[in-house]
Design a protein around this ligand. Structure first.
Ligand SMILES: N[C@@H](CCC(=O)N[C@@H](CS)C(=O)NCC(=O)O)C(=O)O
Length: 201
């Protein structure tokens, strides 16, 4: 398989992390999400949205959206429960991640890493949205080891991706003790890889 990938991207990292856990081998093609020409050339025929991650399966079919890729490859593994309610809870957190958590986390992180001069009000608004999401996650993790049924799943992988680098966007995780201890449990999982690392067998 071929993963169209950007090393810094939390969305791409989710895929690399699950593949590392599962021991799945694949090739990578670097795509700069800020290079519109490269995105058109490399992703034009594969993903109408022209975003990474975009995965090309061994039979040539493309698959985009990080959480769709996670769901597909977690099927039949310990990372996606079979029980109908538990699965729905995993989806609940995947949808939360995409709608409420990832956008402010990713936006502030891009601003922070690029040291962009963003108006204070705009930055404060995104930090507020990010903190709302972190607060909800922290409340949920109170007394829980992992997000669903105390079992590490793709819900944890999806939410870990941008939470563990939230400080790069100016988010302070100090008030979120449950989140901080959960981050450590995720990082301690077998075959964990860092955000910019290649998966190891
Ligand atoms: N919902 C998508 C978001 C993907 C996304 O925003 N990817 C960024 C890099 S992290 C990208 O390719 N941005 C380029 C663009 O939006 O044109 C997912 O979860 O895969």
């Amino acid at each position: 398989m071929l993963l169209y990938d950007f090393p810094e991207s939390g969305n791409c990292f989710k895929v690399r992390l699950l593949f590392a856990h599962l021991g799945i081998e694949y090739d990578k093609q670097f795509v700069d999400p800020f290079d519109f020409g490269a995105k058109k050339e490399l992703l034009g025929d594969l993903n109408p949205v022209r975003r990474v991650p975009t995965l090309v399966l061994d039979d040539g079919r493309p698959l985009a959206e990080s959480n769709a890729i996670l769901t597909s490859f977690a099927e039949g593994t310990a990372y996606l429960p079979e029980d109908r309610y538990a699965r729905a809870q995993v989806f609940q957190w995947l949808f939360f991640e995409q709608f409420s958590h990832q956008p402010p986390m990713a936006i502030t992180r891009v601003w922070g890493r690029a040291q962009l001069d963003i108006p204070a009000e705009q930055r404060a608004e995104q930090l507020k949205l990010g903190n709302n999401a972190l607060r909800a996650l922290d409340r949920h993790l109170d007394g829980r080891e992992f997000i669903v049924d105390d079992t590490y799943s793709i819900a944890d992988i999806a939410l870990y991706a941008y939470t563990h680098v939230a400080h790069e966007g100016g988010h302070d995780l100090a008030p979120y003790a449950n989140v901080r201890s959960w981050l450590a449990r995720v990082a301690a999982q077998a075959r964990h890889v860092a955000i910019d690392a290649r998966p190891s067998a």
